[in-house]
Design a protein around this ligand. Structure first.
Ligand SMILES: Cc1cc2nc3c(=O)[nH]c(=O)nc-3n(C[C@H](O)[C@H](O)[C@H](O)COP(=O)(O)OP(=O)(O)OC[C@H]3O[C@@H](n4cnc5c(N)ncnc54)[C@H](O)[C@@H]3O)c2cc1C
Length: 406
């Protein structure tokens, strides 16, 4: 069996007909256009500009966004399936696309006024402009409510001042959703506002591009805002309600991340099966059989958890975009499910890569092996969009109704 045939066995799931063609076309595109160069971008730590242009030319930079704004209109479920497929080929490409699509376009679509959607989305869905989501700061990672970037009114503009760090696409995005404190004393609910910021507004400096162990084709930057003038009308959502914008975007991000982790784990299992096929002695070893069976069971469970979360978030976002108010117990349940999906699936992916390394031995550890790159790449899903520890706190606090000790 070749890898393609093995992949079909690993992906033992029947998609709804409306997604089948989309996934099949995307797989073909990825294997022909992206897979051949993905590894070299990682090794050279180079942003895959040409590849991102190819994604854009097929419409893949706007998968969840309605067609009206140049997107594919496939919602969060279709987008999650895409992140799953892209992550099989390279997590860094998935990260670049995710930051632009899931974390910048989606909140713009959900919370933007009609003129904002019409002005900003088509350039991003067409790939003309890349997007970014700037929340994290040096003192505000897990504690995102503690942001210190300020927004102060000066004439017709808000002036943004502060430092954002670890921002995917932060050095090159032309459209950024930026979170800033409009009034520090009000705390996160009331005191934080989301802004649509164009790099061309000026007052934005890239201070640093991080060197990373994994997802090295994606850039992660520290950016400094110095009196960055943002027109008053570029407030995204309600003034003072930016924290809700951030949390909502991150709920969607976590659901799609869970699918990306499932994709990574599936690819790992496929590669292990291919390796075992070429080394029949290995397949007879009980320890290898157990690790392989555990991987398959966990991936199956993870896929169901992820898809359920994607379906839930998909209908939630459609309702939000249509102006429906979602009762808070329902929102809390959806957040809990995305937290569970992101944590569970990312840990399944990490365990799968760990097992693969053990099964492959030296073959996995050597530079240039797929397992070595997967090992460096997979852990990121346990960190970004909120660490898994923090997801567990969210889940537990909801269930126990307690804030807990810090
Ligand atoms: C490659 C990469 C890309 C990223 N892209 C973006 C982006 O595009 N936009 C953006 O805004 N951010 C981005 N981030 C930031 C990311 O979301 C944060 O790194 C993440 O939320 C964790 O924050 P931190 O790194 O500051 O860790 P910290 O908050 O310092 O946490 C360190 C450790 O302490 C634990 N911890 C912290 N607080 C608590 C607590 N109260 N209780 C229990 N445990 C706790 C954490 O779980 C973790 O294990 C990115 C990060 C990376 C690594």
């Amino acid at each position: 069996m070749n890898l393609e045939e093995i992949n079909k066995i690993v992906y033992d799931y029947r998609l709804k007909p409306e997604y089948e063609q989309f996934v099949s076309d995307l797989r073909k595109f990825l294997s022909e256009e992206i897979a051949p160069t993905a590894e070299s971008f990682d090794l050279e730590e180079k942003f895959p500009e040409e590849n991102i242009r190819k994604f854009a030319s097929k419409g893949y930079m706007g998968i969840p966004v309605p067609k009206k704004y140049g997107g594919m209109g496939l919602g969060e479920f279709g987008y999650g399936l895409a992140v799953q497929e892209i992550s099989k080929v390279d997590t860094a490409h998935g990260t670049i696309i995710g930051a632009s699509t899931g974390l910048c376009e989606v909140p713009l679509w959900l919370f933007g006024q009609e003129w904002q959607r019409e002005k900003y989305l088509p350039d991003m869905t067409s790939g003309k402009k890349l997007g970014a989501f700037a929340l994290t700061e040096p003192q505000a990672g897990s504690d995102a409510a503690n942001i210190r970037t300020t927004a102060s009114l000066s004439g017709e503009n808000y002036l943004l001042n502060g430092t954002k760090q670890f921002i995917t696409n932060g050095d090159r995005a032309e459209t950024l959703v930026v979170f800033a404190a409009n009034e520090l004393s009000l705390g996160p609910y009331g005191g934080i506002t989301a802004f649509i910021v164009e790099r061309s507004f000026g007052g934005i400096k890239t201070a640093k591009v991080e060197k990373k162990m994994g997802i090295r084709a994606s850039t992660t930057a520290q950016i400094i805002f110095e009196n960055c003038p943002v027109p008053k009308e570029n407030v995204l959502g309600m003034f003072g309600a930016g924290f809700i914008v951030a949390l909502t975007a991150l709920d969607g991000g976590r659901a799609s991340l869970s699918a990306g982790a499932v994709g990574g784990a599936e690819e790992t299992l496929s590669r292990v099966m291919e390796w075992a096929q070429r080394n029949p002695g290995l397949a007879r070893k009980q320890s290898v059989q157990k690790m392989t069976a555990d991987m398959a069971m966990e991936i199956h469970a993870a896929r169901l958890v992820s898809y359920q979360s994607l379906e839930e978030i998909g209908s939630y976002f459609d309702r939000l975009a249509n102006g429906e108010r979602i009762p808070s117990p329902e929102r809390a349940m959806i957040s809990r499910h995305t937290a569970m999906a992101k944590s569970y699936c990312s840990e399944v992916a990490s365990r799968a890569v760990d097992s693969a390394m053990q099964i492959l031995g030296f073959e996995g550890y050597v530079e240039g092996s797929w397992a070595e790159r997967a090992f460096r790449d997979s852990f990121i899903a346990e960190i970004y969009e909120g660490t898994n520890d923090i997801q567990r706190l969210v889940i537990a606090r909801e269930l126990l109704g307690a804030e807990g000790d810090r």
